[in-house]
Write a protein that binds this ligand. Structure first.
Ligand code: NDP
Ligand code: BG6
Length: 487
């Protein structure tokens, strides 16, 4: 694996520790494997190995010294600027030598963990310098992994697709969304399609609405430079949340083939009702954290403009205009610096109109199915039971399965799974060209409107919320107008 962006934050926090975990787990890639890092910082092999060891130790403090040494032996480094053909000439020569040394038969994965503006230029130079060969996806294979964000709007995503596809085939591109590497996210599809009891009720006849929440306690964590030009809709909704929505709403795929699953998710994205720029406020609310609970506000974070109008929160109401979901609202909300971390998907079922217990005078909650993605990892089904006693009193209770009750598997990390799948040529967990463009087709009118509208309107649409709170009141209003509440 060649890592572009080898000295960066993502490489240190996620990629190197995940590679190490694959290296030590169950013989998955102990042999015939090497890493070559490329970036401008003037490391050599020895100093890059120190960086790699440090990154791994931070993630796995109890890693064995022998394992760490063996892993670091397989790490190499080439310094150079990505805009300089000399870097690629040196890289090509080194890869030839390392391929022989580590007996990798010329198979290569190029992992682009660089600033997004470099995805296109790096792919172009890899192609022009003959390092990555188009169509060469079997023996030896040449694949390219690309981090998010993939484009910043529809036009830039299309342009990036065009640039990359000039040099490689679609099947050689692995567009990452690390959410899809989470076991609890993959479980949504298993739960739906392996348990036939849910099939008949998974539609507008039985489902009242769906809520998807991605709440984080952290703020922008030193990524203000990126965040100021992105905002939370680009950071979380365009990728992670639309993927969650796709898994909840898709039709049963014909098979577990990557294309069948990605066809299903793309069909959902195509059916989402377009936002109407005229009445945007009623469809999507944007917010930004202000100071609160001892934490600085977003505008006080280092690198953020003091008058920034970038959203760190949104709440949206979407409809999927197909037969299955006609009239069922999907409420999505996400935010930074909220009271607690929680990612979940809740399917709220309709209350029976002819419930025989209506007369018992006790309002009871409707059945709910909750997929807790993180930090709790569980599935729970809310239902009604009779409370012991002479009178007919009802109470809402939960039937629960927690992942804690299963023995931990050796590989539970999202990046491990993603890297492994790329090595195994399994595209299921990666975005396809049409899916990514469809997601931008939906969201580009929203982000363009927010960006281009006059400052007073921008300020009017921005709802501040105190750090550590549950988000802005306008988000509560969005769902309350429909007679519902956030759960
Ligand atoms: P960093 O800024 O920490 O790292 C960027 C890397 O790119 C550095 O290694 C830098 O090398 C290298 N680089 C930049 N320009 C050049 C150049 N012209 N020539 C050679 N090397 C260059 O970014 P992150 O690691 O945070 O992010 C990388 C990618 O991953 C981004 O696209 C980001 O959106 C995505 N991502 C990051 C996440 C995270 O948690 N960090 C989460 C999800 C996605 P050097 O400093 O040595 O010059
Ligand atoms: C990243 C976003 O893709 O996902 C970050 O850029 C966010 O802003 C992160 O914090 C959340 O990932 P996870 O796995 O911690 O939920």
């Amino acid at each position: 694996m060649v890592i572009f962006g080898a000295s960066g934050d993502l490489t240190k926090r996620k990629i190197l520790p995940s590679l190490f975990n694959l290296f030590v787990s169950g013989g998955l890639m102990r042999e015939n494997f090497f890493v070559t890092g490329v970036a401008r910082t003037r490391f050599d092999d020895a100093s890059y190995r120190l960086l790699a060891a440090d990154a791994v130790r931070k993630a796995f403090p109890s890693a064995s010294g022998a394992d760490l040494e063996a892993f670091c032996e397989a790490c190499h480094y080439i310094p150079g600027d990505y805009n300089d053909d000399g870097t690629y000439a040196a890289l090509g020569k080194r890869l030839g030598e390392l391929s022989l040394l580590h007996a990798t038969q010329g198979n290569l994965i190029f992992n682009l963990a660089t600033p997004p503006s470099l995805y296109g230029p790096v792919t172009g130079r890899l192609g022009a310098n003959g390092l990555i060969l188009k169509g060469d996806s079997t023996k030896p294979f040449h694949r390219i992994m690309v981090e998010k964000p993939f484009g910043t709007d529809l036009e830039s995503a299309r342009e990036l697709n065009r640039t990359m596809l000039r040099w490689v085939e679609e099947r050689q591109i692995f567009r990452i969304d690390h959410y899809l590497g989470k076991n609890t996210v993959q479980n949504i599809m298993v739960f739906r399609f392996a348990n036939p009891i849910f099939g008949p009720v998974w539609n507008s006849g039985f489902v009242d609405h769906v809520q998807i929440t991605v709440a984080e306690e952290i703020g922008v964590e030193g990524r203000a430079g990126y965040f100021e030009s992105a905002g939370l809709v680009r950071d979380i909704l365009q990728n992670h949340m639309l993927n969650l929505l796709g898994l909840v709403a898709m039709e049963k795929p014909a098979s577990l083939d990557a294309e069948a699953i990605r066809d299903g998710k793309s069909a959902v994205l195509r059916s989402i009702r377009r936002f109407d720029p005229a009445g945007l406020d009623r469809q999507i609310v944007r917010g930004q954290y202000a100071a609160g609970g001892g934490e600085a506000g977003y505008r006080q974070e280092p690198g953020v403009a003091p008058d920034s109008c970038v959203e760190t929160y949104f709440a949206a109401r979407l409809f999927i205009d197909n037969k299955r979901w006609k009239g069922v609202p999907f409420y999505l909300r996400a935010g930074k610096r909220l009271g607690r971390k929680e990612t979940s998907v809740t399917v709220v079922f309709k209350n029976a109109k002819d419930c025989v217990f209506r007369e018992s005078g006790i309002g009871h909650p409707p059945n709910r199915l909750v997929f807790s993605i993180q930090p709790e990892q569980k599935v729970s089904l809310g239902f009604i039971v009779k409370i012991p006693g002479a009178r007919m009193c009802l109470s809402g209770q939960n039937l629960e399965f927690s992942y804690n009750s299963l023995a931990a598997a050796p590989l539970t990390g999202d990046y491990e799974r993603i890297i492994l799948d790329c090595m195994m040529d399994d595209q299921t967990l990666f975005w396809r060209k049409d899916g990514i463009e469809e997601s931008w087709r939906l969201l580009t009118p929203v982000v363009s409107r927010w960006q281009s509208c006059p400052v007073p309107e921008k300020q009017r649409m921005m709802h501040l919320y105190p750090a550590g709170s549950g988000g802005p009141a306008a988000a509560d209003e969005l769902i309350r107008r429909d007679g519902r509440e956030w759960l």
